[in-house]
Design a protein around this ligand. Structure first.
Ligand SMILES: NC(=O)CC[C@H](N)C(=O)O
Length: 226
């Protein structure tokens, strides 16, 4: 089992992700996007960062790297794909997930701890959590506000494809618990299948016990699912 962590020009959370996966005993390697996806890839992590300086739109240029066509094919074949932060922006730009992450309501870069509520506990990325469990995970983004047309969001909600919502410590959602103005407090969504997910907060920064809370471990354990 090897998770390919795809590095683009400007990725900066690839090594954090590698260390976090290594801590969980999940084999992972960093792959330069121009080198293509290794044959033995059993999972794909799109890491955070500022690919191509966030120019044009965050994630827009990385999403057009030829490797992303291979990632879409792998996802369609059932290979688990997780996009984190800039990786979530890339995932949406590449059409793996719907909607877009755009400029925070504050118009500022925000780096803080937030609380998340797992809206599903029957997906590979959340089966480690109890229903209604609140987890603490850091965010670090300038363009994390989830945006999508009202009709499409209603459909996504009907299809149960919202994976995480921002909430307070008790699990309540609301403007005070939503750090960036994301529509309906959405912090992460599923793709066409439950094995594809993106989220704006950083589970890999909430995995190593020496660094702080370890609530993000459950998300990364999604790569262990059969
Ligand atoms: N930590 C990150 O991945 C940064 C996300 C992104 N490039 C932003 O600032 O919106």
């Amino acid at each position: 089992m090897t998770v390919s962590i795809i590095r683009f020009g400007g990725s900066n959370c690839d090594r954090d992700a590698e260390r976090a996966l290594d801590h969980l005993g999940i084999d992972a390697e960093i792959v330069w996007h121009e080198d293509g996806l290794p044959e033995d890839t059993t999972g794909i992590l799109l890491p955070g960062g500022f690919s191509y300086g966030d120019y044009l739109r965050a994630g827009a240029m990385a999403a057009r790297s030829p490797i992303m066509a291979t990632v879409r094919e792998a996802a369609a074949d059932g290979v688990p794909v997780l996009g984190v932060c800039n990786g979530a922006q890339i995932g949406c730009e590449a059409g793996l997930t719907e909607g877009a992450f755009t400029t925070n309501e504050s118009a500022r870069f925000q780096c803080e701890h937030v609380y998340l509520r797992a809206e599903r506990t029957d997906t590979p990325w959340t089966e480690a959590y109890e229903e209604g469990e609140v987890i603490e995970v850091p965010i670090a983004h300038g363009e994390g506000r989830y945006e999508i047309g009202d009709d499409r969001l209603a459909e996504l909600e009907d299809e149960d494809r919202v994976l995480f919502r921002y909430c307070d410590e008790t699990g309540e959602t609301g403007p005070d618990a939503n750090p960036n103005g994301s529509k309906h407090d959405v912090a992460g969504v599923l793709g066409e299948t439950d094995s594809v997910a993106v989220l704006m907060p950083h589970p890999e920064r909430a995995t190593l016990p020496d660094v702080g809370p370890t609530d993000g471990q459950g998300v990364l354990r999604g790569f262990e699912s059969p």
